[in-house]
Design a protein around this ligand. Structure first.
Ligand code: F6P
Length: 326
């Protein structure tokens, strides 16, 4: 597609795990698309819905009162079929049937891989990062992370009250799949005594028992342990703490709570800006791009390059968290 090609219709879908702010993306793509004279089609249930042709036209009113809602009103799914060549061809065929000239896809790292697969079939694609995990390598930030972080912080603060009253150890599991990003940031922001993340080799005696005992010897009588779901089994960990050092321990798995809720300012703002940028890129003929946040600004890079970038977590934050929890 070049700048001179006439784009008449664009599509938008959300895929993978929902994240607060996805509705902001749909709204922004829809309204900025309409503002530029485009027809905007919403695809339900991510790539799976594209394969089965679940496509409907969106207008300015269909996205009213969505900005403040968590989740995604277009629904989302993890599609096995779309990982096959056949599924991808079928999805591409559907874009032709519905006259979709370019597609905006919003989701996490699986969605980014899906976006590249779709682009390879010849469908002009723009990727917008959204996942509470913040584990997409090409961007400093993924939509939904800040809201999830704040949801988790509120929960941990409450758990600290009860852990403190009972002088217990509170083991709190946060999401993040194979990434410790969410756990690390929750841990820093809640003053956790211990943070366990999959990126760090785990030595239970040193990293858990040793730290709890030395905290106790420094005069602490309750302990917050933030466990990334990919690091270890949090229920077993509490049992281990109790049986090894006799300190009462309880596990709370925050789970899907972290994915819901009204998006905060940052997620509303970034989703709004990215939706506009996606439409601008399509109109300018700049397709097969990944939108990113870099140094606090919304930018874009080549889609096929973006998929190969891996995320490095700032490990010095582990040391800083330890210093601050003495
Ligand atoms: O990627 C977002 C996420 O919430 C991860 O943190 C978690 O591991 C996963 O999705 C859960 O996926 P599902 O919704 O398929 O159970």
């Amino acid at each position: 597609m070049t700048k001179n090609d006439e784009v008449k219709t664009i599509g938008v879908l959300t895929s993978g795990g929902d994240a607060p702010g996805m509705n902001g993306v749909i709204r922004s793509v829809t309204r900025s698309g309409i503002n530029s004279g485009l027809k905007v089609m919403g695809i339900r249930r991510g790539f799976q819905g594209l394969i089965s042709g679940e496509v409907e036209e969106l207008n300015a009113r269909s996205v009213s009162e969505k900005l403040q809602q968590g989740g995604t009103f277009l629904n989302t799914a993890r599609s096995e079929t779309f990982t096959t060549e056949e599924g991808q061809k079928q999805a591409a065929k559907m874009t032709k049937i519905f006259g979709i000239d370019a597609l905006v896809v919003c989701g996490g790292d699986g969605t980014l891989r899906g976006a590249t697969d779709l682009a390879k079939t010849g469908v002009p694609t723009i990727y917008i990062p959204a996942t509470i995990d913040n584990d997409v390598g090409c961007t400093d930030y993924t939509i939904g992370f800040d809201t999830a972080l704040n949801t988790a912080i509120v929960a941990v603060d409450k758990l600290r009250d009860t852990a403190s009253s009972h002088e217990r150890c509170s083991v709190i599991e946060v999401m993040g799949r194979r990434s410790g990003y969410l756990a690390l940031h929750v841990g820093v922001a809640t003053g956790a005594e211990i943070i366990l993340i999959p990126e760090h080799p785990l030595d239970l005696e040193k990293d858990v028992l040793g730290k709890i005992l030395s905290a106790r010897n420094r005069g602490k009588y309750h302990y917050i342990v933030i466990v990334a779901e990919g690091a270890t089994d949090s229920i077993e960990l509490a049992k281990y703490i109790e049986s090894e050092i006799g300190i009462e321990a309880r596990t709370t798995i925050l789970g899907y709570l972290q994915r819901g809720g009204t998006p905060n300012y940052f997620d509303r703002y970034i989703s709004s800006m990215m939706g506009i940028k996606a439409v601008e890129s399509i109109i300018a003929g700049e397709i097969n791009r990944s939108l990113i946040v870099q140094n606090g600004k919304v930018d874009d890079i080549d889609l096929f390059e973006s998929v190969n970038i891996t995320k490095k977590l700032d490990e010095t934050n582990m040391t800083k968290a330890k210093i601050l929890s003495i």
